[in-house]
Write a protein that binds this ligand. Structure first.
Ligand code: ATP
Length: 454
């Protein structure tokens, strides 16, 4: 990465903040890491959880036409044969004959029409060959071909093979959807761009089943829903590029596919795909398993294989987009009139890992500490709070700015009535983005905060 490029510089700062503040760590770091694998620290796990919970709330709990499920990561190998993954889920791989580096053919840079190795610049490359991205393992003690299994490369197939089970138990009528959030694994040839392309990641997928005649309109409907979702978590529409994938570039079974791409500092890249997959998946499993995965419309006395629209989003890519979108540096003046750089993560309060920082003005005043602990106990059952009594108040605000905490509450002498009854029972509430402060009664605090974070 060139340190002169402002986007590369911005990305470097984001990566460094993520490690310093406990959002994201390299997996197995003390042993040198493992390429393509990442761990989420105390702040990262909260951010990721808030994202997944809000997605679940929007797409499952708030809708009558959706149900959830949670399938196993390892499934019968027959699933991946039927879905086409065993035969075709591959990327074209080339080796550089000079430096032996391995690359994805479709990601190689080219000069004067000839591809070259981004590692050493050589043009002496092997012919591309298909590399299957599924991780293999064995179920049971014998490492035989019969016991071979794959770690799932997407969550969707668990939904398709359970279609009949869910229909029979939830009694939903078309159109309706099944949603799932879970881990997926792909042995990517070149994991890169931080967590953007990892070998282990999480997906949030919906399979929305419908009649064939409604498929195209529902694809547009879901595009709108998904754009609204990104807006509601703090990623504005103008930062999301909708790419209508042209004929010939889509999977052969798809009649319409939109890619939703975000302006990451390293380039505009895919966050989510919304694909109208027709009846391809259910039909493939019907053919391979011989089981009836069709739908019976009682009113019309009709049996048919439903079509499906699939909005498939990445948890890790969206988490990274949230961090990139929130990251800001600004010059502010401290109490002594000195200019300093304030690093702040401007998360939407709904996504912020910590919702409110709670501080006693001074840690050696028992009445302030006791009151602050009372406020912590009041709010803790309802939201993620952080108590902090260490250091000057300005430093405590800065720490919360870097963690993306939207609100801070300070318990001072007014709170405990030392300056008269007027302000007794009120606290200073400080806003992260404007840095403005106001006074609010402790009695109103919970409702005030819940309104903003839910
Ligand atoms: P790409 O073209 O970037 O490899 P894809 O089109 O193969 O992605 P899909 O199969 O459509 O991706 O998967 C749906 C979503 O899962 C993607 O939009 C992305 O958010 C997420 N995803 C896929 N592969 C990865 C990965 N290696 N690391 C992190 N997230 C991923």
């Amino acid at each position: 990465m060139s340190t002169k490029d402002p986007n590369a510089q911005r990305m470097e700062k984001i990566v460094s903040l993520c490690k310093r503040r406990g959002f994201i760590f390299q997996s197995s770091e003390i042993y040198g890491g493992l390429n393509g694998f990442w761990d989420y620290g105390p702040l990262g796990v909260e951010l990721k959880r808030n994202l997944k919970d809000f997605w679940w709330r929007r797409n499952v709990r708030e809708r009558d036409d959706m149900v959830g499920m949670d399938g196993s990561i390892i499934m019968n190998r027959a699933v991946w044969k039927a879905s086409g993954h065993e035969a075709t889920f591959s990327d074209p791989m080339v080796d550089c004959k000079s430096c032996k580096a391995r690359h994805r053919d479709d990601q190689l840079p080219a000069k004067d029409g000839a591809k070259y190795c981004p590692n050493c610049g050589s043009r002496d490359l092997t012919e591309p060959r298909a590399f299957n991205l599924m991780f293999k393992s064995y179920a049971g003690p014998v490492e035989s071909e019969d016991n071979m299994v794959y770690l799932r490369p997407e969550t969707a197939q668990a939904i398709f093979v359970n279609f009949r089970n869910v229909c029979d138990t939830s009694r939903k009528k078309l159109p309706f959807g099944i949603a799932q959030v879970g881990k997926a694994f792909r042995n990517e040839i070149n994991p890169r761009n931080y967590t953007f392309r990892s070998r282990e990641f999480e997906q949030m997928e919906i399979e929305y089943f419908c009649r064939a005649e409604d498929g195209l309109a529902l694809t547009d409907y879901w595009l709108e829903q998904r754009l609204k979702f990104y807006e509601d978590i703090g990623i504005p529409r103008e930062k999301i590029h909708v790419v209508d994938i042209p004929d010939g570039d889509r999977a052969f079974y798809s009649k319409k596919t939109y890619d939703l791409e975000y302006e990451f500092p390293f380039g505009i890249s895919e966050l989510e795909g919304i694909a109208y997959r027709t009846d391809y998946d259910l039909s493939a499993h019907i053919a391979a398993s011989g089981k009836p995965l069709d739908y019976f419309d009682q009113e019309k006395n009709e049996k048919f294989v439903p079509h499906v629209v699939e909005p498939s989003a990445g948890v890790d890519r969206t988490t990274l987009a949230l961090i990139c979108e929130a990251f800001a540096e600004e010059t502010v003046t401290d109490e002594k009139g000195n200019a300093e750089t304030r690093t702040v993560l401007r998360f939407h309060p709904r996504m912020a890992p910590i919702k409110v920082g709670i501080f006693p003005l001074l840690k050696n005043k028992p009445e302030l500490v006791a009151k602050a602990e009372e406020v912590v106990a009041l709010l803790r059952p309802h939201m993620m709070v952080q108590y902090d009594e260490a250091g000057a108040i300005g430093r405590r605000y800065r720490r919360q700015d870097e963690a993306g905490t939207p609100f801070c509450v300070t318990i001072d002498f007014d709170t405990v009535g030392e300056n008269g009854p007027e302000k007794q029972g009120t606290v200073t509430l400080r806003h992260r983005d404007s840095m403005e402060q106001e006074r609010i009664a402790i009695a109103d605090l919970k409702a005030w905060l819940l309104e903003r974070i839910s």
